[in-house]
Design a protein around this ligand. Structure first.
Ligand code: KG4
Ligand code: ZN
Length: 347
């Protein structure tokens, strides 16, 4: 089965060609520089950029895969959650193409696709992922922070999520307070590598709460108060590095502890992680250490597949078709607030 997939839920315009569990091409055009001057994603600008870029990105994905449109068996797109105007571009393009080619259209849940991204490359591959269910998956990005128990093929249960800011948002907002460019996550990662994570003590919100929820807005506020009381920290390069390392340590410790604790409580033997923040080197390292200590198998998405991409959308679309889930109507609408909980109830 050969599938063309689109992802336009936020600020990445992406198209991928997937065949038999393999991603043949995965072209991503990031808008991050465009939004940087506004300090965050501007929905209207994102939609216009998707409109401008989607056709060239799709052509590049088909050319790189060596696949002609008439060879496609289905066309897929992210249906939600995401920014409404951004989602519309990819979804309507996929439906138009499915109509023109007389092929099924597959609408995909963005979070569910993230659950598959750790299995896209390496061994065992997507096809063997059943060996590793049940497992606990951490989805952590600028828009979401979720702990999910994957119970089987297309079967999962949300264990917890953030009650305010996402972890990536916390990286970006605390970085903004420090005067770092948007998105600050990768910059903090780089600066923290040479800083002292024990230099300043920041709160670890909800870390010892028995639930699987997260909260990061209090951490951001405590950084704001810290900078109000210690403005000189920003005057030295070593002060900034120590601050980055200390903030990062707080975020990472909460994520790692709660993920491992959930895995142990749920009695699973495998943990996975995906989403932009999974690029963070300290998070990857600490998850590796904690999983090794607790005899858990860890499967991290490749850094290039952590951030939003159409490869994961195509992989999930193929799994859905193979599982007997039929294509959706060509007038199916976007679902901007489509949570995993709602999806689970329909299965
Ligand atoms: O998955 P993604 O591309 O988009 C969504 O938000 O859905 O994730 C982007 C987020 C941003 O908040 C960015 O700062 C964060 O991921 N991020 C990182 C790193 N790379 C990206 N955060 C910490 N360390 C990184 N290396
Ligand atoms: Zn995402």
């Amino acid at each position: 089965m050969t599938i063309l997939a689109f992802e336009t839920s936020c600020d990445e315009t992406s198209a991928a060609v997937v065949r038999a569990g393999q991603v043949l091409s995965n072209v991503v055009s990031s808008q991050v520089r465009l939004h940087a001057e506004y300090g965050g994603v501007v929905p209207e600008l994102a939609a216009r950029e998707h409109l401008k870029n989607l056709v060239p990105v799709a052509e590049a994905a088909l050319a790189e895969a060596g696949v002609k449109p008439e060879e496609l068996d289905a066309v897929a797109a992210t249906q939600g959650p995401g920014l409404p105007t951004a989602l519309l571009v990819g979804l309507k393009a996929a439906q138009a193409m499915a109509f023109a080619l007389d092929r099924p259209f597959i609408g995909v849940n963005h979070h569910e696709a993230h659950l598959y991204s750790p299995w896209i490359s390496g061994r065992p591959a997507v096809a063997d992922f059943r060996t590793f269910v049940p497992h606990v998956s951490l989805i952590v990005s600028g828009g979401h922070t979720l702990l999910v128990k994957v119970e089987g093929e297309l079967r999962h249960r949300v264990l917890g999520g953030t009650i305010d800011d996402a972890a990536g948002e916390c990286f970006d907002k605390t970085g903004k307070l420090m005067g770092l460019p948007y998105p600050a996550g990768p910059v903090i990662d780089r600066l923290a590598a040479e800083g002292n994570p024990a230099a300043y003590d920041f709160p670890r919100p909800l870390m010892h709460d028995p639930n699987d929820d997260f909260s990061f807005s209090g951490l951001k506020t405590s950084v704001r108060y810290f900078l109000r009381d210690h403005p000189a920290v920003l005057a030295s390069a070593s002060g900034v590095r120590d601050l980055c390392a200390s903030v990062q340590a707080a975020i990472v410790e909460v994520l790692v502890r709660k993920t491992v604790r959930a895995a142990k409580r749920e009695g699973v033997s495998c943990v996975t992680a995906s989403g932009g923040v999974t690029c963070n080197r300290a998070l990857r390292r600490e998850l590796e250490t904690a999983c090794r200590r607790n005899r858990l198998t860890l499967r991290l998405a490749d850094p290039g597949l952590c951030t939003d991409n159409a490869g994961m959308i195509g992989i999930l679309a193929e799994r859905k078709l193979q599982s007997g889930i039929p294509g959706a109507d060509l007038d199916t609408e976007i679902k901007p607030g489509w949570g995993l909980e709602a999806l689970a109830e329909t299965r």
